[in-house]
Design a protein around this ligand. Structure first.
Ligand SMILES: NC(=O)c1ccc[n+]([C@@H]2O[C@H](COP(=O)([O-])OP(=O)(O)OC[C@H]3O[C@@H](n4cnc5c(N)ncnc54)[C@H](O)[C@@H]3O)[C@@H](O)[C@H]2O)c1
Ligand SMILES: [Zn+2]
Length: 361
């Protein structure tokens, strides 16, 4: 078992990572004095699979619990669902101390965090993430959100959970596509921050992809440490440090948007975005060809795409210019000088961006 601390003063919390730790959740919650009544936001699949066990673990420690199930879709990250959840939460709230458990992937994590941040001006919540992406990324750092028709994550808050509890055995039932999607973020962390993790991913492919709990624990611990460290220094993305987590995401988001969110999934789009960023770094003479090739090979090894298919370059460039992170006339890319050495570069010429995207077609 591993413990990572997110050192945010009064808002500090721990991330607990391990295989077979689920039964200890109740004891952890008691230790942090979180409240008495657990409002668990989840979906039907997870409730059927783990609901009885979760109830047992909670009631065995004196907690009262209630399941609120939402549909298995990004569409659940909406104002409408948030409003329905809040109404049910208000009914469940018995004037004792209610808190929320987000028991699912990133969709419910973002929704539950948002609801927790606005109900009664903020109540306690914890993240019990069940996807690789959520365990290494979305459950950590306190970004909450719901989507609008106009765009993803347009309404949200910064609101930290009181605990992140990552049971790696939950990942056993995860679809291989979802594992690969999470691996794109894991590769991102290794490239921007951790040469040791990069070597591990190269050498332990079999163990990782077969979801060996010990291997998963190592990578989730490494990624959680990196994200916790960055969030501690730049909680609200003001100093610019947190933006290095956007490596591969600038063009990745543009690819997702250009495909109408129906083509590549997030991890695949981020992989392609990382390849574009590596190529841009090469064109600007920042990275040696050998390191660039290692990054590309690792992305390929984990079954992620290395060529953009079925999305036009012009559409990607147009979507890039509409990105909410693209401020005014200045563009900003996270490029790479070597494994573990990110560098933020501004004002890259449009022709060079187009050339790099074209190179990945
Ligand atoms: N807040 C942040 O910092 C942050 C960061 C990255 C992504 N996100 C958000 O996260 C969301 C994506 O998260 P996600 O990839 O976890 O998607 P998700 O929550 O939709 O889960 C993906 C799929 O896996 C299934 N699933 C979940 N756990 C399972 C399990 N243990 N076994 C079998 N199937 C399981 C789900 O039912 C779903 O179909 C997006 O909305 C994105 O905007 C937020
Ligand atoms: Zn991402």
């Amino acid at each position: 078992m591993h413990k990572v601390s997110v050192n945010l003063g009064k808002r500090a919390y721990n991330i607990i990572i391990g295989g077979g730790i689920f039964y200890q959740l109740g004891a952890y919650l008691k230790k942090i004095d979180i409240g008495t009544d657990a409002f668990i936001i989840s979906n039907a699949f997870l409730k059927n699979k783990y609901g009885a066990k979760l109830s047992q673990v909670l009631s065995g420690n004196g907690f009262n619990c209630y399941f609120k199930l939402v549909a298995d879709s990004e569409k659940s990250k909406s104002i409408q669902t948030a409003s329905a959840v809040i109404k049910e939460l208000a009914k469940f709230d018995q004037k004792r101390k209610v808190f929320i458990i987000a028991f699912w992937g990133g969709v419910v994590g973002d929704l539950a965090g948002f609801v927790a941040s606005v109900y009664k001006r903020g109540i306690n919540y914890i993240q019990v993430p069940t996807t690789l992406l959520a365990q290494v990324d979305s459950a950590i750092g306190g970004k909450t959100a719901v989507d609008l028709d106009l765009g993803k994550n347009l309404v949200g808050t910064f609101y930290q959970p009181r605990l992140v509890f990552s049971e790696v055995n939950f990942l056993k039932s995860l679809d291989i596509t979802q594992v690969r999607c999470g691996m794109a973020e894991v590769i991102k962390y290794a490239v921007i921050n951790d040469p040791k993790l990069f070597n591990f991913l190269e050498n332990k492919y079999q163990e990782v992809i077969q979801r060996n709990p010990a291997a998963l624990e190592i990578i989730i611990n490494a990624c959680s440490r990196i994200k916790a460290g960055i969030v501690t220094q730049d909680e609200k993305e003001t100093s610019g440090l947190r933006s290095i987590l956007n490596f591969g995401h600038t063009i990745g988001h543009a690819i997702e948007a250009a495909g109408g969110y129906k083509g590549y999934n997030h991890g695949q789009a981020v992989s392609l975005g990382m390849i574009v960023a590596v190529d841009l770094s090469k064109k600007l003479g920042l990275i040696a060809a050998k390191s660039a090739a290692r990054i590309k090979n690792l992305i390929k090894l984990y079954g992620l795409p290395v060529k953009i298919k079925g999305v036009a370059v012009a559409k990607i460039i147009r979507a890039h210019y509409h990105d909410k992170k693209f401020s005014g006339k200045e563009n900003k890319f996270v490029l790479i000088e070597g494994i573990g050495k990110p560098r933020i570069v501004r004002n890259i010429k449009l022709d060079l961006i187009k050339e790099a995207v074209r190179g990945v077609i």
